[in-house]
Design a protein around this ligand. Sequence first.
Ligand SMILES: *[C@@H]1O[C@H](CO)[C@@H](O)[C@H](O)[C@H]1NC(C)=O
Length: 461
Amino acid sequence: MASISRSSALQLLTLFLYALGFACSQPFIGVNYGQVADNLPPPLATAKLLKSTSFGNVRLYDADPEIITALAGTGIGIVIGAANGDIPALASDPNSADQWISSHVLPFYPASNITLVTVGNEVLMSNDEGLISHLLPAMQNMQRALTAASLGGKIRVSTVHSMSLLSQSDPPSSGRFNPAHDDMMKKLLQFQRDNGSPLAINPYPFFAYQGDPRPETLAFCLFQPNSGRVDAGTGIKYMNMFDAQVDAVHSALNAMGFKDVEILVSETGWPYNGDPNEMGPSIENAKAYNGNLISHLRSMVGTPLMPGKSVETYIFALYDEDLKPGSASERSFGLFMPDLTMAYDAGLSKSSQTPAAKTPVVTPSPRPTSMGWCVPKVGIPDDQLQAGLNYACGQGIDCSPIQPGGACFEPNTVASHAAYAMNLYFQASGKNPWDCDFSQTATFTLNNPSYNGCMYPGGST
Ligand SMILES: *[C@@H]1O[C@H](CO)[C@@H](O)[C@H](O)[C@H]1NC(C)=O
């Protein structure tokens, strides 16, 4: 070593520090670990995989003890969830929350770095008034149980919303929560402010592109060169859809007087594969979205309305979930394959010294410029379709064509009536992509579902 010159020693040191910088896990970048699959690697292999990436956090949809145990000692922040089905008991019986914490948190913490408990998933969109009324009491009991276990302030309590919580989001400065949930949101946000917990929401630029599949929109959604979109309310020019969606949430919080409540992006992502009629899924696009999103978060530039910090963000998803119903894209959001190899390189590896490079603009193959139609996913049970149908027809759209004697009454099935109502609601409510969600039971199609005398509005504009 004596022969090494001072300058090359310095160079080595610089290189070492540089490598160290990239080797750090990022506390604000996480990944969703969904398990609707029958081919996932064992939890310990997954824990090892996560350690090799720059993900600082992982979100579970439940609280699987085997997985929580496998993550012990890794330092990785863990989000665990209580299911919608647990909410009534958590709300009505304080002991139930104590028991939940005793069995899902206390045996593992602090070796396993649990940071957040989500109570329920997209409850406000469920259209189940009983469940909705139980949400806040369940969160309050969960918070009280954590405080009683001396974990208040260490583990936060939140709930997860879909973007359809917003009735308006474009331009971002006009972002507003659906007024139907006003009272509920004010109470929820007051609870979240009092307890320092984040508003968790799922923005998907992918769905925005599906609702407006033009090349310019694709570039805007993928953080690629584009001419930007000026928000007429503020004069701010947005250069990507992620910032626009997150700032719409910020504006909605601000309009309600809660701009100090932190935003957490509990899901966002892009599928690398889909059915032939789906717009957007491809390896190039998934790599561009997730890779550029990670670079954007690492850069700490923030969004125009929240500059200088990165929103805590969980990419959907760690693995494909092969048992999910619906279109092929639903089963193709994974960053890693069951054999632990990368589906594509999104710049996640700790050993990679270069952040994800901006990939060039991908020109999609020519397809009709069309808004498409909103229809139920394949394989959704009738009771869920009925809930979507009831919701859509309860929002002031004209459902007479699916009533007896109407042009769309036949075939007289829940699936057919739900398809008509969901599409009409989507078309009538401004064609926001999240208005074609219905608790994840609906999707877009480019095939006109109209038949005989039954006309589905939408399609070419
Ligand atoms: C737990 O995870 C959070 C979020 O990633 C991180 O900031 C914190 O340092 C972790 N704690 C430990 C003890 O590793």
